[in-house]
Design a protein around this ligand. Sequence first.
Ligand code: DGT
Ligand code: CA
Ligand code: CA
Ligand code: ZN
Length: 575
Amino acid sequence: MAHPQLAELFREFATLLVITGADVFRIRAHERAAQTLDSAPEDIALLAKEGRLRELPGVGEGMAKKIAEWFATGRIAELEELRGSVSPAILELMNIPGLGPKKAKLLVDTLGIASIADLETACREQRVRPLKGMGAKSEGKILASIATMRESRERVPLWEARMIADRILSHLRGSGGAVESVPTGSLRRWKETVRDLDIAAVARDPAALMETVATMPGVVEVLARGETKTSVLFGRERFQIDVRAVPPGSFGAALQYFSGSKEHNIRLRERASKMGLTVNEYGVFRVNPDGTRGEKVAGETEESVYAALGLRWIPPELREDRGEIEAYGAGGTPPRLVEQGDIRGDLHCHTTWSDGTAGVEEMARAAEARGYAYLAITDHSPTAAYAGGLTPDRLRRQWDEIEAVQAKVKIRILRGSEVDILAGGELDWPDAILESLDWVVASIHQRGKDDREESTRRLVRALEHPCVNAIGHPSTRRLGQRPPLDIDWEAVFEAARAHGKALEINSAPERLDLNEVHAARAAALGIPLVIDTDAHATGMFGNIEYGVMVARRAGIRPGQVLNTAAQIPDRRGRR
Ligand code: DGT
Ligand code: CA
Ligand code: CA
Ligand code: ZN
């Protein structure tokens, strides 16, 4: 059982260590512990109780002690000490995308910046440019990043919203207040960011359910409280949650209505009106000749709502008014979109050879347990030293291990690499090594100057290299943290198409990269896609659901995705 709360503490630990200039091994140990805590299938509290924490991958004696301390006392003394030694202003500034610990420290130490607002003023007054490593351009970039941050703060990444939703739903179900409770809105549609969470619930006693919602642990403010609807703000992030209690006979109609999108619902209402019907959150009703609402014809299930309008049920992730009512709801056989069950292998993952938390055998067995036919082990290349990038010698030793594991498992293990795309677009391995690999994912990790021409050239040059099979997380964005690279996408697509190379939909929930817009465009141009997890732990193969949903929202069919093929895609990335 993963423990995201503890994972978060260890991540914070690692960040504080970076700021205080601790050595890389210590930093990495904490990052690794965080990853393990985020994905461990075991019950961590139980392991702590039984003194067996060290059985977890990446958890040594020191880490085990800290975890045990947290379970015993609810705190980690060393972390608190570390927090006390770092200026809060530095931490605040680090929330600005692209502003790392070193620059944040420089700004605080030399200009006495105390807050993000302070920094904004300093940039406007051109006080930042004289600092070492800064310039007029840096001021502009910082201001732009602050603006992005303010925008993205208003929306929470899907994965975070889903974590909050899980906690709230288990509370509502556990409290006995709700017979049924389902998240609707953008979360149910798998939109990559979510503004607020809309929950539809059926309750035996709606008043009791409203009380449960208003007094849930984690609620920081009750915005509105009625007989059937309560809105609260939740957690430090003040994430808004609306819970609506609906009668059982209207549950399907409520699900449909609150799942949206608004635009999809408008189309449905237009259709209803032509049929002499009206739709709302309580059901589908006939309209009387005098215009008043008549008999209810549907509403208990979502299927019944669509059926009353002469439509098939439409999967929520498609309900964005992009032609889905005609393509999926009405008429002949709808296009068959890619599904999780179509995925036959993962072509991007990491092991303990670089920054993963599980060994080759463990990862292979976990992939095999998912029913996969193949798995590419793609650890980092030398330049990614911060992520334990391999040396040529260690890469060869990894091949020996792959061979040994291959003898024991049925799943086909590919010798792969996630090779860094260097500053000019060169690859981080010599050709001789690239030629010996079965699968090469090329990715940008070091962002450089971030200018459009440079970023585009790096990707295009990587695509031109005969040994590259796919580009990993092409835009390098991290939702809510780091904006995508500025890229001439059409030029990148043209290079991928011309060289028959694949582009990745990276399923890591904080990445979702390609996004649905670029994935749709790439597929339309005939560029093969791969849906990978970039798993750094066995539990992370499950993230494939996110990538598949990006693909479905992009209207992608199984034949457009390389790793739906039973056969291992060949070296050129073609089927
Ligand atoms: P969000 O919260 O911005 O991530 O996106 P949604 O889609 O969750 O939007 P939200 O929370 O404003 O509303 C939830 C759903 O309720 C929305 O998807 C459809 C429905 N809804 C809200 N307002 C309207 C409206 O004015 N007309 C119709 N037909 N539906 C609405
Ligand atoms: Ca919403
Ligand atoms: Ca809402
Ligand atoms: Zn990777």
